[in-house]
Design a protein around this ligand. Structure first.
Ligand SMILES: [Zn+2]
Length: 209
């Protein structure tokens, strides 16, 4: 457990700067991650175990090392919602997952936890070897399932339902996905899980562009 990496996203700021040639521009500023260790952990359509976008491959020995196995005694039935969920996938019962499973399970978690309103993917960044280890991620893609058919709520990379479908077409649930679902998501009230997103579309449609 204390060896299981956590997921974090970099804090970022927007600096408004004046440039002699460009005039007033906004610049997104965040901590620089080590380019030698930078990699994609999943892409915006669910591909796994990313290729390093940089030439220099970081050799993650940890990558496929099994983490502490969890004893799973709880025999609750599978996720009750099966639309675009991976609950039909048969998962090995050995309850072992790898470091590479963590970003995949996180993406799946964001979808289930928000009651299928959004999916965070295209996870990229660095796995730091601090204690405990930490995924420092940046520049994710968020696909938002707009009931009002609004597009690009989270920017131009938001492909909504299509992005979601692409993700689940290739996503294979690991035991970690099931553990998160059983042990955590179900214990949080339905309302708490997505109420902060309920008015999002309305708020956005009220913004004058
Ligand atoms: Zn999954």
């Amino acid at each position: 457990p204390h060896t299981t990496p956590k997921i974090s996203f970099l804090e970022c700021s927007i600096y408004i700067v004046y440039d002699k040639n460009l005039g007033t521009i906004g610049v997104l500023v965040e901590k620089q991650l080590d380019p030698k260790k930078y990699k994609k952990w999943n892409d915006d359509c669910g591909a796994v175990d990313g290729q390093n976008p940089f030439e220099n491959r970081a050799g993650y020995d940890m990558m496929h090392a099994p983490l502490d196995a969890f004893a799973e005694s709880d025999e609750e039935s599978e996720d009750d919602s099966s639309e675009n969920d991976c609950s039909d996938d048969k998962v090995d019962d050995d309850e072992v997952f790898t470091v590479a499973d963590i970003p995949q399970a996180f993406s799946h978690f964001t979808y289930t936890y928000t009651k299928r309103k959004l999916l965070v993917c295209d996870l990229q960044g660095v796995l730091s070897t601090t204690t405990p280890p930490l995924f420092e991620l940046t520049d994710p893609v968020i696909h938002f399932m707009s009931r009002r058919k609004m597009k690009s709520i989270f920017g131009r990379t938001d492909r909504g339902y299509k992005g979601r479908n692409d993700f689940f077409r290739t996503h294979k649930c690991s035991p970690l996905c099931r553990m998160i679902n059983r042990r955590w998501i179900r214990k949080v009230g339905e309302h708490q899980r997505s109420s902060h997103l309920d008015d999002l579309e309305e708020q956005i449609s009220n913004v004058a562009f």
